[in-house]
Design a protein around this ligand. Structure first.
Ligand code: IMP
Length: 440
């Protein structure tokens, strides 16, 4: 079995949904391995925009199996809403959607705990999506969680009650005014659990082992980004799972040796939603332009995203931690019209120039050092098949490739689906012609 990984290399929202949608038709199985409904993967399929939160992005492809792996946390209520949307669009998911028995469930009280914990932090809040992600992973590692497989056992409701009661006393421990109607939340939850139970639960690691024997191909789809990884991200302003390559092994039960390609997705600039350090953040007109041209609003929460120049120090780090073999650069079109572009190539860290990501990148410690590039003015979204990229964009791409020693295989030049995604031919350096990745 060949397993390829698709990962975001920044603080999430790199445009993974679009790439995964382009790639899915090449794979037998699309598997989500971590995170939960804090993610929002935007896909445009058959002219319609879809936002998926927990369901893998292969769901619109007839022949792909879509696995929600053991590393994912599932909120039945949000999951049901996603299914309702698919139903209304006539997507037949019953046979193609499979769920690991070992995936953990987000309970209504997990969401409440998330809200209480964030409110109690005041200015130090993480900026969580408040989907109950942190509390659910805490119960997982604390060995208290409820798993999808528990739903097949008669006594699961007792287990649920015990845990929900415990959560309630924990909520009252926080000194915050949280108004909620648990009865109402629970009735919605139990209804949604019924729908979840109508789907196929499997021993997913065994399923993948059998797939390996049958020579099937798997695309493991990451959520969030490497800088939000619980271990390697900008802790504590991170999510609660391993968003990096290693998370695919623990979140699916595959061996490191089965991983082949690691596709790393990054934006031509940087964004971040929520709190936490962001050395290249822009507070000027340039940042505002990136936000408005790039429509930088969170797909899950609608919150405005913070914008800044590309941070090569952080990108280099993410490539190393993940073992990226191919890069894909998204939203190059958003940079059209900037006279000068900047890439942060090193940091002035407490008076010393460094090129690696240090323990603490808070602004009082780190000052970005930039290399400047001439911008381009061409509207990239209007590019036709076989037209050439502007020379300044080529310089930008080649600079990154030389620094990272990893080829940039796809340069996305527009918001619309694959017809605007260009694959850069890589045979020779002089071969700077773009061609359409897929022709529709
Ligand atoms: P949580 O995972 O919802 O608790 O959020 C923790 C941090 O990760 C917050 O700063 C969120 O804004 C951020 N985050 C979580 N999921 C995503 C995502 O899918 N894209 C971008 N940021 C995210």
């Amino acid at each position: 079995m060949a397993v390829d990984l698709l990962l975001g290399l920044q603080w999430g929202d790199e445009g993974k949904g679009k790439i995964v949608d382009v790639l899915t038709s090449n794979y037998n199985i699309i598997a989500r391995f971590q995170g939960g409904p804090n993610a929002g993967h935007t896909l445009v399929f058959n002219g319609m925009k879809h936002v998926l939160h927990t369901i893998p992005s292969g769901i619109f492809h007839e022949n792909a199996k879509n696995l929600v792996g053991n590393g994912v946390v599932i909120d039945p209520v949000i999951f049901k809403k996603e299914l309702d949307k698919l139903d209304s669009q006539g997507v037949d998911y019953k046979k193609s959607l499979i769920i690991s028995r070992k995936a953990h469930l987000i309970l209504p009280t997990h969401r409440l705990l998330d809200a209480a914990s964030e409110a109690s932090k005041g200015k130090a809040k993480i900026g969580s999506t408040l989907k109950g992600i942190g509390p659910t992973y805490m119960d997982k590692t604390g060995r208290n969680g409820i798993r999808v497989g528990d739903l097949e056992m008669e006594k699961w409701k007792q287990k649920y009650r015990n845990l929900a009661n415990k959560h309630q006393s924990m909520i009252s421990f926080y000194d915050v005014d949280l108004q909620y109607d648990l009865e109402e939340l629970e009735s919605e939850f139990f209804e949604a659990v019924k729908i979840l139970k109508s789907l196929e639960f499997i021993d997913s690691e065994e399923y993948l082992h059998q797939a390996e024997k049958a020579n099937k191909s798997v695309l493991a789809e990451g959520a969030q980004g490497s800088l939000l990884d619980i271990d390697f991200g900008t802790y504590p302003f991170v999510t609660s799972s391993n968003t990096t390559a290693a998370g695919a092994c623990t979140g699916l039960g595959i061996s490191p040796g089965s991983v082949q390609e690691v596709f790393g997705i990054f934006k031509a600039y940087t964004t971040r939603v929520g709190s936490g350090p962001f050395p290249t953040e822009l507070f000027d007109e340039n940042g505002k332009t990136m936000a408005s041209v790039g429509c930088e609003f969170g797909a899950t929460t609608g919150r405005p995203r913070r914008c800044g120049w590309l941070d090569l120090v952080a990108l280099r780090y993410a490539c190393q931690v993940n073992g990226v073999t191919q890069l894909m650069m998204m939203k190059a079109d958003v940079l059209s019209g900037f006279k000068t572009l900047k890439i942060c190539t090193s940091y002035n860290y407490k008076g010393e120039v460094i090129e690696h990501l240090p323990y603490n990148i808070e602004s009082e410690n780190v000052e970005p050092i930039y290399t400047e590039f001439e911008g381009w003015s061409e509207d990239l979204t209007a590019m036709e098949k076989d037209s050439s990229l502007p020379i300044s964009l080529i310089n930008y791409i080649e600079f990154l490739e030389n620094e990272l020693k990893i080829p940039i295989k796809i340069v996305s030049v527009g918001p619309d689906p694959v017809s605007y995604t260009h694959l850069r031919a890589h045979e020779t350096e002089a071969d700077l012609v773009c061609r359409l990745l897929l022709e529709k």
